[in-house]
Design a protein around this ligand. Sequence first.
Ligand SMILES: O=C(O)CCC(=O)C(=O)O
Ligand SMILES: [Fe+2]
Length: 591
Amino acid sequence: DLFTAIADLQHMLGAEKDVTTVIDKYIAAERERLDDLRRYAHEYVHRNAHAEAVGPEFVTNPINAYLLIKRLTSEWKKVENIMLNNKANTFLKNITDNRERSEVKFPGEEDLSGAAIALLRLQDTYKLDTLDLSNGVIRGEKVSNKLSGHDTFEVGRAAYNQKDYYHCLMWMQVALNKIENESPPTVEESEILEYLAYSLYQQGNVRRALSLTKRLAKIAPNHPRAKGNVKWYEDMLQGKDMVGDLPPIVNKRVEFDGIVERDAYEALCRGEIPPVEEKWRNKLRCYLKRDKPFLKIAPIKVEILRFDPLAVLFKNVISDSEIEVIKELASPKLERATVKGPDGTLITVDYRIAKRLVNWNTLHIVSPKGGFPKSKKMKNKCLVGFSAWLKGDLDPVIDRVNRRIEDFTGLNQATSEELQVANYGLGGHYDPHFDFARIANYGLGGHYEPHYDMSLRGVPEPYGKNGNRIATVLFYKEEKNAFKTLNTGNRIATVLFYMSQPELGGATVFNHLGTAVFPSKNDALFWYNLRRDGEGDLRTRHAACPVLLGVKWVSNKWIHEKGQEFTRPCGLEEGVQENFVGDLSPYANDP
Ligand SMILES: O=C(O)CCC(=O)C(=O)O
Ligand SMILES: [Fe+2]
């Protein structure tokens, strides 16, 4: 299972506190036992001294003889028992039983490597320096304790286990620096050297790998692999390039790790791309939405974030107390997030961060009867977070929020999906995807390689000088099957309530549009997923950036096509776009 829902981490903190109490109790019990033992030892010394003082005739006294023998037999048994009666097992069992009773999920090796991989993801996305990060410094601010040499080494090892030599190299170098200032070192230098050498070799620097392995063989002459590795690297070099300075370390990040949009996506997450395109800058604005009788009294503030396709932020549409209720209702239900499969059933995405390769389109793959295809690609996760679905009748607050959505979007809620609540913890994110249903009937193992549908603002143009692609038609014919059994049509629009404001990171980004929205609590982001002619708007591909610091809570509502025939009438022309939410005429004036 995935490491760390934030809620689990909080339980773990509680459990860690319990552990200290148990350890204290154990120490007290042990102290008592050892005191007992010491008492016996003193008695022995005392009696022995007395016997020695009496001299050799001591044992000629039958009573003394009897007592001596007794001390070395039945009394010795007692000593033996005290020595063997270490209470560790009882205490350990106690801890295990408590854990089981409290149902606190305890992390295992996999959780540790998962947490380490989350650090690496954050490091990449937010361009964090390894030494800074390992010293608990994020963007120049000290946010946590330092990692020790061993802590740092373990992060490198997690990378190594994923064949991620780029990160392994970076973290092992820092681990090596760290242990220089540790006495005693928290991890052996020889352990680090072996990983470091191998990563250097993988990153194309055989000579440095050899040099480090020679150092390893020198400081650990009995190392089981050092000598063999020296020979291995030497054979590889065949005596070539053996003179002169060692080549510099060039540690290049893997060019293609399954994420074509990576650079643009990450730049957006970092907020490096201006939030508004030049051409819209003067046209964007806020307005008060008053297009229903009661909205005349309490209008809703709308901030237009971009046009064509339109994205807006409805301000202050969910209150703090409603947020608290929703979080509370969702918390016990939060589990590995599910995604809606094309037939409307829920599919659990496999979260295991076993690979850094991510199949960006996992969401859109048809799961044949009998479950999700087991090809490697499909096993990669695309959503790291926890989610729960809340029915409208669960609580008056849910019902109220659902009705409010109808008020501010103007869209019929009869065919909407239930409110979904998501909680993103450490490094939690949602890789680029479309909310509308897309690809149908790829069959077993069918997949859709990551690709650009179009190029992005602010990143190199992948299609040269022939202009951008206007649309992708391929893969597009049978997609309407996707929510077929629901009989409500495709997901016409998305409402995303921001229920918290992570301290850093966690933006919602539209990768193809170059639009990034940083969560603002109490507001709701809204966009149409479908064009007015009913086709999926490929420009709406979006993602949730990893949370760098803090927790991100959102809840989203997917609104369907059926029932919107009058609330969002279709436009026959492909390019028809509204200027504001609820713009009924394709050529309407301002609200
Ligand atoms: O959490 C976010 O910012 C985006 C979530 C999202 O895209 C989704 O739930 O479909
Ligand atoms: Fe989405």
